[in-house]
Design a protein around this ligand. Structure first.
Ligand SMILES: Cc1cc2nc3c(=O)[nH]c(=O)nc-3n(C[C@H](O)[C@H](O)[C@H](O)COP(=O)(O)O)c2cc1C
Ligand SMILES: [Mn+2]
Length: 488
């Protein structure tokens, strides 16, 4: 307890990170337009609580994860000097501790037991009663029109739930939770937008036509759950367990009313239902992260069996659209948390940046230590072959002393160091299904830019590579010391 969404909203308010909007605002387009304008403010603007959505009494929270501070608060690292990197550090340490050293004794191996004990603490815990079931609406009483669902962009196919975390189980029993948008068709049916490459699609493909796959869509709960629902976790790692890792404590789960799935007990609202993987319906269009409308396509239908909620729940929604939006900060968390994992297979990578303007999938900038011919190209190929980062259309590689987050610096290296015919690598591979630039669905070309200095013997650069312009340290120190005297 105490990690529910409304407690988090109170913490945000105390930290000056939440703005209550008491004026009436229409969930049809108007709320989205407000959130868009706020998200475009430097640093991502404040979290919003619309207390009077037009036509509803249930308040709507938006932009809750939409700043670095709030993302850090959601993941409990706002007091850590290294912020989000502190989570990456924990992962790095955990991996180092879990691996037995060569020639280690039985005693050394036993010393690993505390790590195992820690792991068991992250397991979800089943509880009998959940806040999220204070109110239970079943059958005819379970109506989606009870929720203040937003229509975000004018040409959207309808209203969409955008902050529902879908809990489901693979046929073999493994749990999965993902953030997928859900189009509201009517009071009892939703579009289940589980994209081709995601576990949500993998799971439904495991069920036979005519078979019912139970799904429970939860809103709210521990704010770390939302991040986990978007994180590019491998299918063998459950997002609920990962939330337990992030929090150092297992998530309390309660059994659904109409199926045997479990949902976080402290959720604000839960929609229980089922999907027949063979029943498809047109879904979309929808104004998307790409900054464009993603095209309508056929997706499974989710049939609602029950809606449960706590007394006086807060609904949540996000606006996806032209970046930067709230999800830029979820992406930033992924960049920081997954860097150490990427470094496990690609230790030469020094740092990584996924600029918000690249909408997660369009651009990755890497700094690395180049050690042999073709090394930057090897790293590009590895990126195109790894997890969800495989979707990346452009990979820019700079030397390890270049800060990939400094876009001015990166652009300088790209424009000055790149000989286009020599340094561009073209390839083809899977694209995110939302990409519109390729004329083929989910497949297209990719480009790597080797913007490293060609100053190593193995670069085979025939002329002399020039040195960077830098003042001697002594001069820099003298200027720094005289700065005040110079009146600057
Ligand atoms: C705001 C937001 C909306 C998203 N909407 C969808 C969606 O509609 N469908 C989808 O498959 N993925 C969507 N995603 C991406 C997935 O949540 C993400 O790729 C996740 O890692 C998938 O988890 P899974 O592999 O366990 O299915 C969205 C992400 C964000 C941040
Ligand atoms: Mn997953």
């Amino acid at each position: 307890m105490g990690r529910d969404f409304q407690t988090f909203l109170k913490q945000l308010e105390a930290a000056g990170e939440l703005k209550r909007v008491s004026a009436e605002v229409d969930p049809f387009l108007e709320m989205g337009a407000v959130a868009d304008r706020v998200a475009k403010q430097p640093g991502g603007g404040l979290g919003l609580l619309f207390e009077n959505p037009k036509g509803h009494t249930m308040p709507v929270a938006m932009n809750i994860s939409g700043s670095l501070k709030r993302m850090e608060m959601a993941l409990g690292v706002d007091r850590e000097p290294r912020g989000l990197d502190a989570i990456g550090d924990r992962i790095e340490k955990l991996i180092a501790e879990a691996l037995p050293k060569p020639g280690s004794s039985l005693l050394d191996k036993l010393a690993k037991l505390p790590v195992l004990a820690e792991v068991s603490a992250w397991m979800p815990k089943t509880v009998r009663k959940g806040l999220c079931q204070e109110i239970v609406l079943q059958g005819e009483n379970a109506k989606l029109s009870a929720l203040p669902v937003l229509t975000t962009w004018p040409e959207d196919g309808g209203p969409f739930l955008t902050m529902g975390m879908s809990h489901l189980r693979y046929k073999d029993g493994r749990r999965n939770m993902g953030l997928y948008r859900l189009q509201v068709y009517d009071d009892r049916t939703l579009g289940f937008h589980t994209q081709l490459h995601h576990d949500g699609a993998r799971a439904r493909h495991g069920y036979a036509a005519g078979e019912r796959m139970p799904v429970a869509v939860a809103f709210g709960g521990d704010p770390a759950l939302l991040y986990a629902a978007t994180a590019p976790l491998p299918p063998f790692l459950s997002e609920v367990m990962f939330t337990g890792f992030l929090r150092g404590e297992g998530v309390e789960m309660v059994r659904c009313v109409t199926n045997d799935l479990e949902v976080p007990a402290d959720s604000e609202i839960v929609i229980e239902g089922w999907v027949d993987p063979a029943e498809l319906r047109r879904e979309g269009p929808f104004g998307d992260h790409t900054g464009y409308y993603s095209l309508a396509d056929d997706y499974p239908v989710l049939h609602v069996e029950a809606i449960t909620m706590r007394k006086h729940p807060v609904f949540s929604a996000t606006l996806v659209g032209r970046p930067p939006q709230e999800d830029a900060y979820l992406g930033l968390a992924t960049e920081r948390i997954f860097l150490p994992l990427l470094r496990l297979v690609l230790p030469e990578i020094h740092d990584m940046h996924l600029p918000a303007a690249g909408a997660f999938h369009n651009l990755v900038i890497l700094s690395m230590k180049k050690e042999y011919p073709g090394h930057p190209q090897k790293v590009m190929n590895a990126i195109w072959g790894t997890g969800q980062i495989m979707f990346t259309k452009g990979v820019v590689v700079v030397d390890e002393d270049i800060n990939p987050h400094d876009l001015q610096e990166v652009l300088f290296r790209v424009t000055s160091n790149v000989d286009p015919r020599r340094d561009l690598l073209f390839t083809e591979g899977p694209l995110d299904v939302l990409d519109h630039s390729s004329d083929r669905f989910a497949f297209g070309s990719k480009v790597g830019l080797d913007a490293t200095r060609k100053n190593k013997p193995f670069d085979g650069f025939a002329r002399e590579w020039p040195r960077d312009l830098v003042f001697p340290e002594e001069i820099q120190a003298r200027v720094a010391a005289r700065w005040k005297e110079l009146g600057l």
